[in-house]
Design a protein around this ligand. Structure first.
Ligand code: SF4
Length: 316
């Protein structure tokens, strides 16, 4: 099953924008749809604001952020809040694994949305009202804006977070034991290491001391997931990824002759110096892990978990 992602409906080509148009993104419709299913939502259309409709803005009023119509000055905050409340309840039952939001929208934009102060001055430091509710109430949910997905590193990390969350939820649905959560942690070890080695160890300690055979306490699982999401929130640094690659290459050392060892070390170093893309050392390590039956390596998400169709490591 593909992971289910929420999305601002206009990005899929639905004509729900204030001007009756859309802002379809081909990458989402043609490429990402190969590996995820979409759940489109247009908060403004659902709030009964009509299509086409007057434009709205984020406005600071008496210490709160409100949504105000630009023509008549009507306050639309409660309308969007009502939609958010209803949809967020639904999202919890749908097992959403991510969300793609439309940038700059006063309802959907996640970052740098224009926010007007009471004196009429504006700055790009607001967050759309619907997006703010979504991100506050589902803090572990991977969220991106459509424009940021053209950045190879952000795109790869977003897909990683989606796949990891989907895997985590499948595990929970199967009534997981603590040992299953430990297995999840082990499978993501080298990806976590490429984000932050210290945080990876701290996260592992969260599971220590629990009986592996006992059923996973939901509080423990949610705490783990929240911390996991915080660690992988931003793309890994090249230096940390190099370190993780070197650790994985260590499993092959005893099986390689001196020429092969040096060749692999050179590939990792060329990646470190940004001379070749990440896919090259990954393929070499994966090939070695298969040839020498290194099961621990083969279960690593970073080697075998990504959807190949999107060629995510070719541009990193
Ligand atoms: S940005 Fe959000 S509110 Fe605006 S048209 Fe797209 S889905 Fe609807």
């Amino acid at each position: 099953m593909k992971p289910l992602l929420g999305i601002s409906a206009c990005l899929l080509g639905q004509s729900v924008r204030f001007n009756g148009g859309h802002c379809r993104e081909d990458f989402l419709v043609k490429e990402m749809a190969k590996v995820v299913d979409w759940f489109p939502v247009c908060p403004e259309a659902e709030a009964g604001m009509g299509v086409p409709r007057e434009t709205i803005r984020l406005q600071q009023r008496e210490g709160a952020v409100r949504l105000i119509g630009n023509d008549k000055g009507e306050d639309k905050t409660d309308l969007i809040d009502e939609v958010a409340t209803k949809r967020l309840e639904e999202f919890k039952t749908l097992n959403l694994c991510g969300y793609v939001l439309k940038s700059a929208s006063p309802s959907c934009g996640a970052w740098r949305v224009k926010l007007f102060q009471e004196n009429g001055v504006s700055a790009k430091n607001g967050r759309g009202l619907f997006a703010a509710r979504l991100m506050a109430e589902m803090p572990w949910l991977p969220v991106e804006e459509e424009g940021r997905l053209y950045d190879a590193a952000l795109r790869e990390n977003f897909l990683y977070r989606i796949c990891a969350l989907a895997e985590f939820r499948t595990l929970q649905a199967a009534g997981s034991k603590v040992a299953d959560l430990c297995a999840f942690h082990a499978r993501h070890k080298y990806r976590l290491m490429s984000h932050n080695q210290t945080s990876m160890r701290e996260l592992g300690r969260l599971l220590a001391g629990h009986d592996g055979k006992s059923h996973c306490n939901p509080v423990l699982a949610e705490n783990y997931l929240l911390r996991f999401s915080q660690i992988v929130d931003k793309p890994p640094r090249r230096s940390n990824t190099t370190n993780a690659l070197s650790h994985m290459a260590g499993y092959l050392t005893d099986h390689l002759d001196s020429f092969e060892r040096q060749y692999l070390a050179d590939l990792i170093d060329q990646y470190r110096r940004d001379m070749i893309p990440l896919i090259v050392p990954i393929l070499r390590i994966r090939e070695g892990a298969r040839k020498y039956k290194q099961d621990y390596l083969l279960q690593q998400f970073v080697l075998t978990g990504f959807p190949d169709q999107l060629k995510l490591h070719n541009g990193l």
